[in-house]
Design a protein around this ligand. Structure first.
Ligand code: FES
Ligand SMILES: [Fe+2]
Length: 436
């Protein structure tokens, strides 16, 4: 199969969303090579704390070592392959101990002891053989507390990979007067019955909200108006929903910016910088910490989402992060996390929590309507009703100063094609730097 024939500059063949062999190649060429998000430093605060995570198709575990370093290990005993950590998260104490024959391992994966080791004398599995230790992710690094691992020993550094998309983490952390966030240690997990690319395309698709989310936005807007008329002001969270009902033309004015490697930004549209007493109290703390000028620079970045292709959507102004773990061509797990700004008023956290529950949780109509579109999209692409997916809107007119378009999807597929085509180091893929 010639993959290049499936991705044209303005359209993409449906097979890239439905074909098992293409999905398998995505796992080896992309997800098991690039830097993948594992979790936040604060998820494993104590020595021995672990959090299980999937990188591509590999069950891994992020664990805090005795040296306080975070290690990312394959969740597999080197003896007969049994999973070492059976839960999503927990604490293993001072060592990983396999539940089958009690081989034990230091928290960085090195073999600690084997019961009755004399049985291995004269074999190739003696304690000095590295095969007796738990296999580690080739590389682990973190940026502002967000931990990533790459299963490829070579390729760009984490910062090179993130490029300008690292602003996702700066824009989140700089809203804390101490420059740090901590995870809220539960997340929503949603299985989407659609290819992972539907999610990534949708994040920067600013034309769909006024259609898909019209019913939710309009209903919230009516109630918001009634409350305003009765009391003078409505709680901010009504605005989170009513903003979805903005007109097509308003959405068309929302800028998206494309970065290399498929990353991108959807610029702010929701007016997420209100002037209520809670916001003013929060901003006063930031001014105390950083001075007025720096605070203004931090708060005026004007971001709604940042996309780290191919798996993260970070909504930095509201401290939300969604991470994809693809399962099959038509099945994707998404994790929906949110964070507290350390040192910020409780009301600012409650605001993030409202958004988390009202817009990003599986219980909201906003998310449910998106999920329905993607499922129906997957069904359509699995049918014989046509072969191509169109990304023609404003094709050939990709410039910095125009409104939204399908340029973001075209940018994502440029990166996808390069990753999929590479025979050497997939991590070196860089899409053309096109702004829109
Ligand atoms: S499989 Fe782990 S100790 Fe035997
Ligand atoms: Fe949506």
């Amino acid at each position: 199969m010639n993959l290049q024939e499936l991705v044209e500059p303005d359209r993409v063949h449906k097979r890239v969303y439905t074909d098992q062999s293409i999905f398998d190649r995505e796992m080896t060429q992309i997800f098991e090579r690039v830097w993948v998000y594992c979790g936040h430093d604060s998820q494993v605060p104590q020595v021995g704390d672990y959090h299980a995570v999937t990188i591509g198709r590999q069950p891994m575990v992020m664990i805090r070592g005795k040296d306080r370093q975070i290690h990312v290990l394959h969740n597999r005993c080197p003896h007969r392959g049994v999973q070492l950590c059976g839960n999503q998260r927990g604490n293993v104490g001072s060592a990983l101990v396999c539940s089958y024959h009690a081989w034990s391992f230091h928290l960085d994966g090195r073999l600690r002891s084997v019961p009755l080791p004399r049985g291995y004398d004269g074999t190739r599995m003696t304690a000095d053989n590295p095969d007796c230790s738990v296999k580690r992710a080739a590389r682990v690094d973190a940026y502002r507390g967000f931990v990533f691992a790459s299963l490829s020993a070579t390729g760009p550094s984490l910062l090179e990979f993130l490029g300008e998309a690292k602003v996702a983490f700066d824009d989140m952390c700089d809203r804390s007067p101490v420059g740090e966030v901590e995870v809220v240690p539960v997340c929503h997990r949603v299985i989407q019955h659609s290819n992972w690319k539907f999610f990534m395309e949708n994040q920067l698709d600013a034309l769909h909200p006024s259609v898909t989310h019209q019913s939710t936005g309009a209903a919230a807007g009516r109630i918001e108006q009634q409350i305003k008329e009765a009391t003078g002001a409505a709680p901010l969270y009504y605005h989170y929903l009513s903003a979805f009902a903005s007109k097509f033309e308003q959405w068309d004015a929302v800028q998206t910016i494309n970065f290399p490697r498929g990353h991108g930004i959807l610029k702010a549209y929701m007016g997420l910088r209100p002037q209520d007493p809670d916001t003013r109290a929060h901003e006063a703390l930031l001014v105390q910490a950083y001075g007025a000028e720096q605070t203004e620079a931090y708060l005026s970045r004007g971001i709604h989402h940042v996309l780290v292709y191919p798996f993260l959507s970070v909504q930095s102004p509201l401290q939300q992060l969604r991470c994809l773990r693809p399962i099959g061509p038509g099945k994707t797990l998404s994790e929906i996390w949110h964070f507290r700004l350390k040192g910020a008023p409780e009301a600012i956290y409650r605001r993030a929590l409202w958004y988390y529950n009202l817009v990003n949780s599986p219980a909201t109509m906003v998310n449910a309507d998106d999920l329905e579109n993607w499922t129906k999209g997957q069904w359509g692409l699995e049918s014989d009703g046509g072969d191509w997916v169109s990304f023609h809107r404003n094709f050939g007119d990709d410039t910095e100063d125009r409104g939204v378009s399908e340029a973001v999807m075209r940018n994502q597929f440029r990166a996808w094609s390069q990753y999929m085509a590479e025979t050497g180091n997939a991590g070196d893929a860089s899409a053309a730097h096109v702004r829109r």
